[in-house]
Design a protein around this ligand. Structure first.
Ligand code: SF4
Length: 333
């Protein structure tokens, strides 16, 4: 750890599965927060490709390409490889070794009661995911975090159970083999919820997402398709912005326009077509830096390879130090 790192509040690990292009919901749900955390914490951000295999093992043909795609999404969102370590999970084999050792000490009941396990089984019904690997993914997650001795994990409320499980596993490991890992704290952040264009939660499984790297034309098209106040049938009907998806976007992207739009909508001074047009312009302007960084990255594929190779090297150095200690603690050195 160098001097600059020592002045930071601690170390963070967080990861995203490479399962397809990121959307604005992911950006406001996680990435925007990560970008800010880089200033105060020593951050390690993972592209967790083994986790992608827990659900996509039958057809892994897209994983490689999605890893690169996600790397572009991370960097274009503002993850800075000078400040943070950006790595691919399978490039750091120590994650797998630690996962194996942690799985030895984790009682089956602990993983079976993770709320997202049963929920995902229900959601992905019809796909054969009742596998050993899928059941054990929270243990792999625990390994991802503690291999770096991270003391904080940025999460939304829905992932608190995973951090709690990690803490339980750490306590058990430390109890059995002596103090080895710090117990990571959940760094709860307020998620800015952005609906999809149909008003439901933004999710690629609903097909209602807006991609982080959307072009101006794509943005216009997606905004044009957004659902508005269903009671506002004619142009001169007053609208209710509080039930309108377009307005939910104004609350995040509209800046000063927000109040003016709400008033104009309620008094029917603006039509939905014009209202959407103005939103598309605002959105395009706000996301311009992300788009520009993305275009530069796509023009320089070697840069992504370099960033990931460098990230893997830095991550491996930390992970190997931890594993040397772990192997000694377990009596395997
Ligand atoms: S004017 Fe704008 S805020 Fe009002 S209902 Fe139409 S799209 Fe929604």
């Amino acid at each position: 750890m160098d001097m600059a790192e020592k002045t930071k509040k601690g170390r963070i690990f967080s990861g995203i599965r490479p399962t397809g292009r990121l959307h604005l919901g992911n950006y406001f749900g996680a990435l925007e927060n990560w970008v800010n955390l880089q200033e105060d914490y020593e951050c390690i951000f993972g592209i967790v490709d083994w986790h992608a295999l827990t659900t996509d093992y039958e057809d892994p043909s897209h994983v490689q390409e999605r890893v690169r795609e996600l790397a572009i999404d991370f960097l274009s969102a503002g993850i800075d490889p000078e400040k943070s370590v950006m790595m691919v999970q399978s490039h750091v084999k120590q994650h797998a070794e630690l996962h194996l050792l942690l799985s030895m000490v984790t009682p089956l009941g602990w993983v079976e009661r993770v709320p997202t396990y049963k929920e995902q089984l229900r959601q992905l019904e019809g796909r054969e995911i009742a596998t050993y690997g899928f059941l054990g993914y929270p243990v792999l997650q625990a390994a991802d975090i503690v291999i770096y001795k991270a003391n904080a994990v940025p999460v939304g409320e829905d992932q608190l159970a995973h951090v709690e499980l990690t803490r339980e596993i750490v306590r058990r490991f430390n109890y059995l083999y002596g103090d080895t890992f710090p117990e990571p704290q959940a760094l709860l952040h307020k998620v800015r919820l952005l609906p999809g264009i149909d008003g439901r939660k933004m999710s690629k499984s609903y097909g209602n997402e807006i991609h982080l790297g959307a072009t101006e034309e794509e943005l216009q098209e997606r905004v044009r398709m957004m659902v508005t106040d269903p009671q506002r049938v004619r142009r001169h009907d007053p609208g209710d912005p509080d039930v309108c998806t377009v307005y939910a976007f104004y609350k995040i992207f509209g800046g000063e326009l927000q109040e003016e739009i709400a008033l104009d909508c309620r008094k029917a001074r603006i039509g939905c077509v014009a209202c959407k047009q103005r939103l598309a312009e605002s959105l395009a302007q706000k996301m311009a830096p992300v788009r520009e960084r993305r275009a530069a990255l796509e023009a320089d594929p070697a840069l992504i390879t370099d960033v990931l190779a460098n990230g893997a090297q830095r991550a491996r150095a930390i992970a190997e130090r931890t594993m040397e200690q772990v192997r000694r603690a377990v009596g395997l050195s």
